[in-house]
Design a protein around this ligand. Sequence first.
Ligand code: GEK
Length: 241
Amino acid sequence: MGKQDKIFEEGNVSGLPFSFNQEVTEVFEDMIDRSVPGYNTTLRIIQQQTKNHYIDGSNIYDLGCSLGASTSSLLNALNGRSKVIAIDNSESMVRACTERFSKYIKTGQANFLKEDISYSEILNASIVVINFVLQFLNIKEREELMQKIYRGLVPGGILILSEKVHFDSKKRTEEISNIHHSFKAANGYSKLEISSKRDSLEGVLVTETESQHLDRAKEIGFKVSTKLMSNLNFLTYKFQK
Ligand code: GEK
């Protein structure tokens, strides 16, 4: 585990919107672990689903890999059978991954690309992971990325998608959001840290409802959707071609 996240201890001092810069990269593991309920479960799900659905000779993608936690789950499940192509557009995240995973890069088991996933090529894939990343793209980019993933998957291939969501009812959204804030408080974040982070994410992390995600996937052509994890306002789905 890296450094403890104290970025918003004094509030949003810079006043800038949230970004995945060097400062965030250094504390990212602590930040996501203390902020996203069910995050560690998603990593176990990715490993288990990859064991079940990997198709020989296909490609494996981790889109928006951050420090490579999902990439690790993929590598553990594959045990050298295929290469993982992990992509992130944050320079500091990709630099950190290149150091952390040097052994896997040398043996050709992993490749880390600094790219905007909106422009990445996805080909001959049996597993694509987007663990809490679609929420950072604009709505048009989400639609285009999901279509591209669908085209890039082999028949039977799967997309594992985790997202933060909101609910149709404003009251329910508020209620769950308050419980989420209690989860963060119980993990040591102060009221100021919680509100400053929320403000800095305004317009950067934009949630949709569960039905918006499901309708989009269905319209694109995904045949099967299975909810694998639901923890407050954080969900993981498997969509199969
Ligand atoms: C995990 N999946 O640990 N292109 C490439 N990367 C992007 C883009 C984009 N357009 N937009 C955002 N990112 C990881 C956790 S974190 C989730 C993913 C979170 C990247 C961004 O740089 C960051 O590293 C990641 O998506 C989101 O399983 O912080 O809530």
